[in-house]
Design a protein around this ligand. Sequence first.
Ligand code: ADP
Ligand code: MG
Length: 629
Amino acid sequence: MSLFQIAEPGQSVEKEQCQQRRAVGIDLGTTNTLVAYVREEKPVVVPCLDDSLLIPSVVHYSEQGDVIVGKSARALIQEFPKTTIASAKRMLGRSKEDLKNIMEFLPYDMEEDRDNSQKMIMLNLDGKKISPIEVSRDIIKEVLHGASEKTGGVIDSAVITVPAYFDDGQRQATRDAGRLAGIDVLRLLAEPTAAALAYGLEKNVTGCYVVFDLGGGTFDVSVLNLVDNVFKVCAIGGDSSLGGDDFDRLIAKKMLDVAQISLNNNAQIVQQALYNARLTKEQLSIHESAEFLLPLSDGTVFRHTITQQDFAELIKPLLDQIGVICKKTLKDANVVNSAIDGVILVGGSTRSTVVSDYVKQFFGRPVLSDLDPDQVVALGAAVQADMLVGGTAPVLLLDVIPLSLGIETMGGVFEPLILRNSTIPTGATNTYTTYADNQTGFDIHVLQGERETAEGNRSLARFYLKGIPPMVAGMARVEIVFFVDADGILHVTAKEETTGIETSVEVSTSYGLSDEDVERILLNSFEHAEADMLYRKLQTARIEASSMIASIQKAIIESSSLLEGNEQKELEQSILMIQKAMELEDFNAIRVAMKELEKTAEPFVERCMNKAIVAAVKGRSVLEIEKES
Ligand code: ADP
Ligand code: MG
């Protein structure tokens, strides 16, 4: 049974149907936003504003306080470049630092949000401050308003898609945008997964598939296995700053170069050039050549013909980049080209013949594009939304986490709890103990990355578990639970088991993580693997040595009466040797010195043990027994 009952124009919707829960899928794209829902067991895209299916993700904020979304807003970009916001998705959950590479093309006045420790970017629209989250909220609000008019009911929940590589901060920001728009965000779904879902259910395929999604601002490639209605994402790769917009930029830059116009202080002409570059590029998907036009301030028009060949040369470096990412992703998935059953094309930029030819050639096979590449993500999101509110067949969706997650342990060592490419939702638990006597707090540093050193990885959050009652070192048991939910957001809880005190965080990252970052982190981890391992061994040896020293020093004080002859002096000598070894960068030296101390201390330790056993038997403390003797 279909979940939605559509009111034909002029037909009233019955009350009961109005009260039905309405869930849609939203493809909140950098360039275009689409809304889809399941009608009579089939997902369809809803025409929202001006009866179009693709709503440009552009918002204009007028001086009078009006908010204009979509095509009409896009038409105002050139006239009001500073108050018409396009590509807000690229700024979602990101800081100024993250955006430095594309800053020159963002004509808005931007500043960092001072009230926000994560330094998220804020836009300043002629004095009025607005965050990219609010811009996204306005897009969602408007398209849902249009969609609910078309579908004749109130939409109260949605599945929103995000690029697979969106990090925690970017996902949170997307979820917040949906919530601010007044809907229940059922789930954030990775775009390629959504695309595969649309194909899987439509075509009922099984096998190994690659989803190649090149949109306006992002590139995602995923390797998926479809078996018995279960989708498993084996690996994901991509670049959250690579897409059709970059093609436009390359064309615009080249044309402005040819026309000898500088990029500086010319926001309006740059915007016009970018807009016209896009038109030229889209023409090139149908024609062998197209003309680029640019009206100049002196009333003349600059004209230049671009051929498909020119375009192919211009974007070659970007296609090369894409090829590298694809290769790596296949390798991550442990899949060779010949094992792939099909390649699914997603995103408007795959309409460029230069791009689709490249994909065909790279994978050496024809590509699947039966479903409209512009719509496929929204269609998949609609299917998922329908499933979540109790619609049709239960299909399991398994996404993966892009980088390992873990904590910093003693000596700056990174201990991963959840490994890279684990399918989500996923969780892991580990128990730690206090290092010092009477330690009443526990510093928890959550990290992401593949290096063995905490320092080499990316810091996600730090928090402190306090209120542990004073105990002997090693007595407290702190259980740390990591849980990555279906939206890819990490929840960390720390609990001291003997007392039950507990604290937790929902990790929102400080900085956006671009795919170059992920790439760099991975490469770094390979390069440093050996050094990291040595470092880990060294740190572990140092920790064990200091703990050994501490317990022997404690015994010397507490059981001094058990020391014989020169024993104390010998022990102190051995301790000094370890301390010297600990200053060196050689874990072997520490191990040797530890062995030495162990040997020296053996008789004394044995005596202490006997005493302790006697004490335990008599039910008295060691000190009491000592006082007696
Ligand atoms: P996003 O997912 O980032 O919102 P889309 O999948 O909607 O993006 O793709 C938008 C991009 O597709 C834009 O860069 C647009 O110029 C490009 N595009 C749309 N149609 C065509 C076409 N016919 N030829 C080439 N590029 C196209
Ligand atoms: Mg898209």
